[in-house]
Every structure is written in C-alpha cells, then in structure tokens.
Design a protein around this ligand. Structure first.
Ligand code: NCW
Length: 472
C-alpha cells in the first residue's frame, strides 16, 4: 500500500495551533469482537442484540471488526495516518465480568498491550471508561437507574486507572450520557431497551454521579492526569418565530445539552428542566451535585448535527436513532416535532450543519466556565460500497470533515480553547441498532474478510494532519 503520508505537503490555508491533537475515535463493543474470549462477561449489548427486532438484521458485536486480535494492524494504520492521539473505550465486562467483585486480569492485559503499542507508535492513548457496554449482571440489579451502579462504575474506573495511570494521561469517564440514559431507558432504541421515563432521568443522574465519583478516585491517585467526560451536544433552533417553537427549542436544548452541562460545569440542574420533568418525581439530591461538579481538565464534545424543532402541530421529521424507533427519548419534553430544515443529510438522515458546531463551541466559551475543549467525535455515516479495487471515494465524508474543521478553526480564532479533534471513526464498525449497515470509518472494512482499506478521506485526513491544517 502506498503510504498515506506520501501526499505532497503545502502550507495550510487554515493552520491549527501547535500541539493540537489530531485523532480518531472508536468504542469497544463496536470494534473489538472476541465477545466470549479471555473471561469477558456479557454486557447489555450482547443481550440486546439477541432480542428480536432490536438490531437491524439481528446483527451483533460478537466479531465486529476483530480489533481484539488485529489491534497491531490497526495501530499501524493509525501511525500511517499520522494520528497523534487515539480515543478508544475500555470494555467494563472484559475487565470486571460481573460489574462488581473480581477483576479479570486477562481483560485488562488487552488494554495494557494496546496502550503499549500506541505509545510505541508515538500515539497518545485517550481511553473512555464507559461507552455503553454495561455488564449485564448490573442491569439485572436495576442498571443505571440504580444509585449503586454509579459506585460500581467508580470502583471499576479506579481499578483500570491503577493499572494504566502511569502511561495514560488523558481519561474520559462516560460517553454521551444522553444516549445511555434516554435511548437506553426512555425510548428503548439502545440497550438495555427499557421504556421507563422516570428511570431514564435517574440513569442520567447516576451516569453523572458515576463520572464524579470516578474522577474523585482517579484524581486522588494521580492529580497530574487529565479527567473529563464526553457529551453529545446539538445546536438547537426553533422552526419559526412562533413562541411555541421557541419553547420547544428551550425544552430540547434543556434535555439534550443543559441537563448535562449545568451539573458537570456549574454544579446545578437547570430549573426549567426540573420543572418540565417534575411529573416523573425527579428530585436529585443536592449533595450529589458537589460530587458531579468535579473540576474538569477537559470536556469532550461529540457533535453531529442540529435539531430544528416546533411546538405546534404538523409534520415531523424522521430523526430516528434506530430503524425501529417508536418511543420518545425525551422525557418531559411535552409536544415537540423535529422538523426538516432542508439541509443535505448524511446516510444516517442527520442534517449536515457545521455552523451548529461553531455555535456549540462559542456558546460553551460564553456561558460556561473555561475548560479545555476537545471534539471527541465528529463524522459522517453512509451506506458505502467500495470500487472494484476495494477503495471508497467518499467525497461526502471529506466535505463533511472539511466543513466541520473549518468551524473549529473559526472558533479557535475567536478565542475558544479547543485543543484537539477526534473524528468518528477510525474504522467502519458495528453501528448499534443499525448493525453493520452504516459506515463511519476513514478506513473501509470488508466484514467477510476483515480486510482494511483506507478510504479517500483517510488520505485527505493524513494530509491535514501532516500540514497541521486545512487546504485552500
Ligand atoms: S448512535 C450515535 N453515535 C454514533 C455511534 O457510532 C457512536 O458510538 C456514538 O458515540 C456516532 O456517534 C455516536 N449517537 C446517537 C445519536 C442519536 C440521535 C438521536 C436523535 C433523536 C432526535
């Protein structure tokens, strides 16, 4: 294969700061496979995938892209891209199969080997401790709506940190607590597939409590490490100037963004969201907010799109996170319609709007205490078919990444403390309820042979990294 670094270099038209992290992201259940190996226990996703009608074509992450066995090849691909950082997640059921009690040394050894290979290749490891694969025994005891799960998470995080904290500086606790709480426990689109609106609000609270307890424990061991969480933020707009639409936008912004940002960064829940959800008896204890509101060394932002919403009756857009979606993932939102704003969409049906990323970044800078920011996910999923030679000419993905990186560049020029960008995703992988039907990778994977072939976007991204910025 020609090296991805062969592109001729030119001075970038939009240079990024020296030391800016150029990364790609993945998650354990989506890539590792080896679901029954080396003592790994079952997770809620193993169970969910086996529940008929939950995952397209009944697919599972049993094999995924076999990263568990192929990680040396994947680290070599990262090196070829010129990545300076790699964001991956650690599988809790691999490290602690029952989610409590005994730890599994063999499971942890996989991450030791991965971290060593990354460091050897000069790539900074950025682990996330929870990307949705709760050990099934903990779900059997009530899952995230149970307070005890937060304590179990902190214990697991502490154990992983004790093993890797000397070689890993940057730690993310939970990934997209909105998805874990509301797709998992309100709409049922994601594992564990429960439709329990009051439970989903408790899940959101306990995911953040688990984050706070974990940061407390890890920071006590290594105050020099960097700790944070990765939240999925959206720009939110009212469909029209109608006050009912403005109120719908307030409610959705509340549930999507402020419900997480305010406790994490300000140490309080947004009053309006508490009022909107009061019928569910959601009364989080005040004392927990001090635990949740740990000083953060980094905030991860996963950005994909903008929500345009209306509070008036009419036609709604399909914004499903699953091909089977029927229930609402928005507890207490009242009557809200997600409406198409007429922008082009990716293969997920998500509208492409880079101005929303600029809006999210500048809003964080304006309305919240200053925290170093990282884009921990941003990318585009399509149903792609390779050419005869196995390559994929993914011009749509290149345009998406280019536009969003320009939005990052503009935000940095305006003083936003953005220090890195991780594209989602390094490899095509198991896209949750969509199975293997949607591809987000810079690198195409043939699922029958596990052959990896970098797409045109991989070459493009390698050029951006090498130049330290965007082309003309
Ligand atoms: S599904 C999802 N994703 C994708 C996934 O592969 C990754 O693991 C996640 O971190 C890409 O990035 C995240 N997010 C769920 C978005 C749901 C949108 C629902 C909109 C409802 C109106």
């Amino acid at each position: 294969m020609t090296s991805l670094k062969d592109d001729t270099s030119a001075a970038p038209a939009a240079p990024f700061p020296t030391g800016f992290r150029w990364g790609a992201a993945t998650a354990a259940y989506q890539i590792e496979g080896a679901a029954g190996e080396d003592g790994r226990g079952p997770s809620i996703w193993d169970t969910f995938c086996r529940t008929p009608g939950k995952v397209l074509r009944g697919e599972t992450g049993d094999v995924a892209v076999d990263h568990y066995h192929r990680f040396p090849e994947d680290v070599a691909l990262m090196a070829d891209l010129g990545l300076t950082a790699y964001r991956f997640s650690i599988s809790w059921p691999r490290v602690q199969p029952a989610g409590a009690g005994a730890f599994n040394t063999e499971g942890l050894d996989f991450y030791r080997r991965l971290v060593d290979a990354l460091l050897e290749a000069g790539i900074e490891p950025w682990p996330t401790l929870y990307h949705w694969d709760l050990p099934q025994p903990l779900e059997d005891k009530g899952g995230w709506p149970e307070r005890e799960t937060a304590h179990r998470f902190a214990e697991y995080a502490d154990h992983v940190h004790a093993a890797l904290g000397d070689r890993v500086a940057h730690w993310m606790t939970v990934n997209e607590p909105w998805c874990a709480a509301f797709l998992g426990y309100a709409s049922g689109d994601h594992a564990p597939g429960r439709v329990d609106p009051p439970g989903s609000l408790l899940a959101a609270h306990h995911l953040m409590l688990g984050h706070g307890l974990a940061v407390e424990a890890m920071r006590a061991r290594r105050p020099d490490n960097r700790f944070g969480a990765a939240v999925n933020l959206y720009a939110v707009s009212p469909a029209t100037g109608d006050p009912a639409d403005a109120d719908a936008a307030r409610r959705i912004d509340g549930l999507q963004n402020r419900l997480f940002l305010d406790p994490l960064l300000l140490g309080r829940y947004p009053e309006d969201v508490l009022a909107d959800t009061s019928r569910y008896g959601f009364t989080p204890p005040d004392a927990d907010l001090a635990v949740i509101n740990q000083p953060l060394d980094q905030l991860g932002i996963n950005y994909y799109s903008r929500h345009t919403v209306a509070g008036t009756p009419g036609e709604a857009a399909q914004t499903a996170s699953s091909p089977f979606a029927t229930n609402s993932p928005w507890p207490g939102s009242g009557h809200v319609r997600f409406v198409p704003a007429g922008r082009p969409v990716t293969g997920m049906g998500w509208e492409i709007d880079e101005s929303g990323l600029h809006e999210v970044l500048t809003r964080l800078h304006r309305e919240y205490p200053s925290v170093p920011l990282y884009i921990t996910e941003n990318g585009a999923g399509y149903d792609e078919v390779p050419d005869g030679d196995g390559t994929v000419q993914d011009a749509g993905r290149i345009a998406y990444l280019d536009a969003h990186l320009r939005a990052c560049h503009d935000a940095i020029s305006e003083g936003v403390p953005l220090h890195g960008y991780f594209t989602w995703s390094l490899l095509d992988n198991f896209e949750w309820a969509w199975g293997y039907s949607k591809r987000f990778g810079l690198v195409h994977v043939d699922y029958a042979t596990q052959r990896r072939v970098p797409k045109a976007s991989a070459r493009w991204y390698a050029g951006v990294i090498r130049r330290g910025g965007l082309p003309e």
